[in-house]
Design a protein around this ligand. Structure first.
Ligand code: MRU
Length: 320
């Protein structure tokens, strides 16, 4: 049975605003699971740097951190246009970042940022309950990257679904893609599943196909960074390959994401900006390419689960 989250994963432990100081305080996800330490950001520019450096990462958590960053700028009496511009430019792919900033613009207060944070966590709980309906007793799931509480500011999207399903006794075990090059799966998802006492095993990303071929995977669940109007979905690099593999093996591929990740302004995946990160995250010795995300075409996605329910194709209509 899954246990409740530990103190490390309480929403305010992952990201919070301290008005006495003031500062945005972030659990440093670069150093987990070996070290559980905070980073204090004294300005919105510091928060933008922390998002860029992936102290905090995961689409909804990036949005929440940016909301607190704008509230911090307002508390300090800083130039809010400049603060918003710095935060908006920190990472390009997760639409939750501009979504959160737009909601903070009229009223950049700590109360509003905290309400936005609480609502994101509540959305996670709601979509996890919907997603758990997709699991059968004894489900052997596979997930990619970290779409857990660390990535959403609490509870998690894809990991939230695994938690809700495990609480109902439906999860036999979870295969966790290590998720190269920054190992969000091997470091963060495995850590969260360990704390939730959900049986799991980390695998090399390249092992997913052969384990599917051996019949060891019943479904795939991932999060999302941006979902276009037609359902094309950007997520961590390697997600597209998994979805192709899942289709080949007739395994359902589910995307779990809050409505804050929907981008109705972008008609399809070709319009989603894909972040290219520093090639030295891969190798300093040779030339390298480091796209951080890819786009999974909607026809490869069996369902997209939001807090509103389970959506099936055509997504243009079901997500509208
Ligand atoms: O580069 P990251 O670690 O920010 O990428 C995170 C992901 O791709 C997650 O799967 C996505 O943001 C969904 S988080 C609920």
């Amino acid at each position: 049975m899954a246990s409740s989250a530990t103190a490390e994963l309480a929403p305010e432990r992952i990201v919070r605003l301290e008005e006495d100081g003031p500062a945005v305080v972030l659990l440093d996800q670069r150093r987990l699971p070996d070290e559980v330490v905070d980073v204090r950001c004294a300005t919105a520019a510091d928060v933008a740097d922390a998002i860029r450096d992936m102290v905090v990462r995961g689409a909804p958590a990036i949005g929440v951190a940016a909301a607190y960053g704008l509230a911090l700028a307002a508390l300090r009496g800083d130039d809010l246009v400049a603060a918003e511009a710095a935060l908006a430019a920190s990472r390009p792919t997760a639409v939750n970042l501009p979504w959160a900033l737009a909601r903070m613009r009229e009223e950049p207060t700590p109360e509003r940022a905290r309400a936005l944070h609480e609502q994101e966590v509540e959305r996670c709980r709601m979509m996890a309950a919907h997603a758990a309906e997709l699991f059968q007793p004894g489900t052997r799931a596979l997930t990619h990257c970290n779409a857990g509480g660390l990535a959403t500011g609490g509870y998690g999207s894809a990991v939230g679904a695994l938690r809700a399903a495990a609480e109902r006794g439906l999860v036999e075990r979870v295969l966790v893609d290590e998720t190269r090059p920054l190992l969000q799966g091997a470091r963060l998802t495995a850590w969260e599943l360990e704390q939730a006492r959900i049986p799991h095993a980390v695998i090399a990303d390249s092992a997913a196909g052969s384990l599917m071929a051996r019949g060891e995977v019943d479904l795939v669940v991932t999060g999302a960074d941006r979902i276009a109007a037609n359902g094309d979905t950007a997520n961590k690099i390697g997600t597209y390959s998994l979805a192709v593999l899942a289709a080949h093996h007739r395994i359902p591929f589910y995307v779990i994401a809050p409505t804050s990740t929907l981008d109705r302004e972008t008609p399809d995946g070709s319009g989603i900006p894909i972040e290219e990160r520093d090639p030295t995250e891969l190798t300093s010795r040779f030339p390298a390419r480091n796209p951080a995300f890819d786009v999974t075409p909607a026809p490869l996605i069996a369902a997209i689960v939001t807090e509103n329910g389970v959506h099936h194709a055509p997504y243009q209509e079901s997500l509208a």
